[in-house]
Structure formats: C-alpha cells, structure tokens
Design a protein around this ligand. Structure first.
Ligand SMILES: [Zn+2]
Length: 126
C-alpha cells in the first residue's frame, strides 16, 4: 500500500490546498469528532486497491481511498465515520458494531450501496 503514489493533507494545516472535491472531508471529520468523542490527528487520501479506508489507531490517522470523493457524499461520510470509530475500537468487535449502529444506523445499507457502485476492483468486506 505504501508504494502507491500518496497524496496527503494535514487536516488542521491552514495552508493545505486540497483539490476540488476533497475539501468535503475535513468538514465531515470535524462534524463527527464531538459526536463520536474522537480526535483525528490527520487524514490521508491515497489510491487503494482493496479498501475504501483504513486507520492507524495509534497515530490517530485515517486513510481514505481517492475514489471515495467520486461517490455520493453520504457514502463518503459513512466511510469516514467507520474509520473514525476504529480510533475507539480498532477491530470489528461487538463494541465497534454497537457504536456503528448507534451513530450511523443505516451503515449496512451504505456499505451495500458502496459495493454496488462501479469502483474498479474495490469491494469492501469490512
Ligand atoms: Zn473497518
């Protein structure tokens, strides 16, 4: 994954200038931080072949697939919330699923919709 060409912007770096479309992400993160009670240290957008997102629990970073910005915004939001919850619960434990259902009750529908959209080879099973 790290060999992929990487683009990165710091969430709280006022000089960062993400390309069109990507500017939705900081707003989504900031909207959910107080609700979920987590702080995201930074986010990365990168091309990924097998995942829509991932998180580095220890560093507090989340990574998002660049393809996501082409998706409907509610699906982007679902993935952001999913990865943010991993900062609380690193695996797909009962705790994680309970948090997901509490904060984003329609997550199953969102996941199904995401996997139905044309996205190259990406199928998200997490
Ligand atoms: Zn996950």
């Amino acid at each position: 994954m790290y060999s992929d060409k990487q683009t990165k912007w710091r969430l709280r770096n006022p000089t960062s200038n993400p390309p069109f479309g990507h500017d939705a992400i900081p707003a989504i993160i900031q909207k959910w931080e107080p609700t979920l009670g987590v702080k995201v240290a930074g986010y990365f957008l990168q091309r990924m072949k097998t995942k829509w997102g991932s998180c580095n629990h220890r560093a507090g970073n989340i990574r998002l697939n660049t393809e996501l910005v082409k998706k409907p915004k509610d699906l982007l939001e679902y993935v952001v919330v999913h990865e943010m919850l991993h900062l609380i619960a690193p695996t797909h434990s009962e705790q994680f699923l309970a948090l997901m259902s509490k904060h984003y009750p329609t997550w199953r529908e969102a996941r199904a919709e995401l996997n139905e959209l044309p996205s190259g080879a990406v199928v998200w099973n997490e």
